[in-house]
Design a protein around this ligand. Structure first.
Ligand code: SF4
Length: 157
């Protein structure tokens, strides 16, 4: 089984602040499946570190209002190409575990563009493309801790 995973959840320091967001449950999952790691913002050529960005009114904006929508959409498209080339879309039930709230990877809920920590309904640019391809997209919040002794070690709730 191949699972699409946000690289920062695997411990790769690709976030805007130069850090990672390693998640134990996601890493255990990655040890039991064939993980297809992607970072759409890195794929776009954006540097690490880089200014934070949030979505607002259908655009991705930096805090000063600079519109970086095209950068984020390019990264999403290139990451989708990588996913397609990996064969992950051909799984019976394609699955992605992505970083919550991100303007690229967030699913269902993202930061609202006010830079206040407030959230709104919506998908990150990459999550949106994956959903259009029929991928089940979840975030690290719903990947439960798993046991190495069971056949199917991850439960999605
Ligand atoms: Fe990259 Fe997505 Fe993680 Fe942002 S949330 S650092 S785009 S993998």
């Amino acid at each position: 089984m191949k699972v699409i995973v946000s690289q920062c959840l695997r411990g790769v320091a690709c976030r805007y602040d130069g850090g990672a967001k390693p998640n134990d449950a996601v890493r255990r999952l990655c040890s039991r499946v064939e993980a297809v790691g992607v970072c759409p913002e890195s794929a776009s050529g954006l540097p690490v570190p880089r200014p934070p960005a949030e979505q607002r009114d259908g655009h991705v904006l930096l805090r000063d209002g600079t519109d970086v929508t095209e950068d984020f959409e390019r990264g999403a498209r290139l990451s989708l190409e990588r996913v397609r080339a990996s064969g992950a879309l051909g799984c019976v039930a394609p699955l992605a575990v992505l970083k919550a709230k991100s303007p690229s990877c967030g699913s269902g809920v993202i930061y609202d563009g006010t830079y206040t920590g407030s959230l709104t309904k919506g998908d990150g640019a990459f999550a949106r493309l994956l959903k259009r391809e029929g991928v089940c997209v979840v975030t690290e919040d719903v990947v439960r801790s798993c046991s190495p002794s069971v056949e199917h070690p991850v439960a999605i709730v």
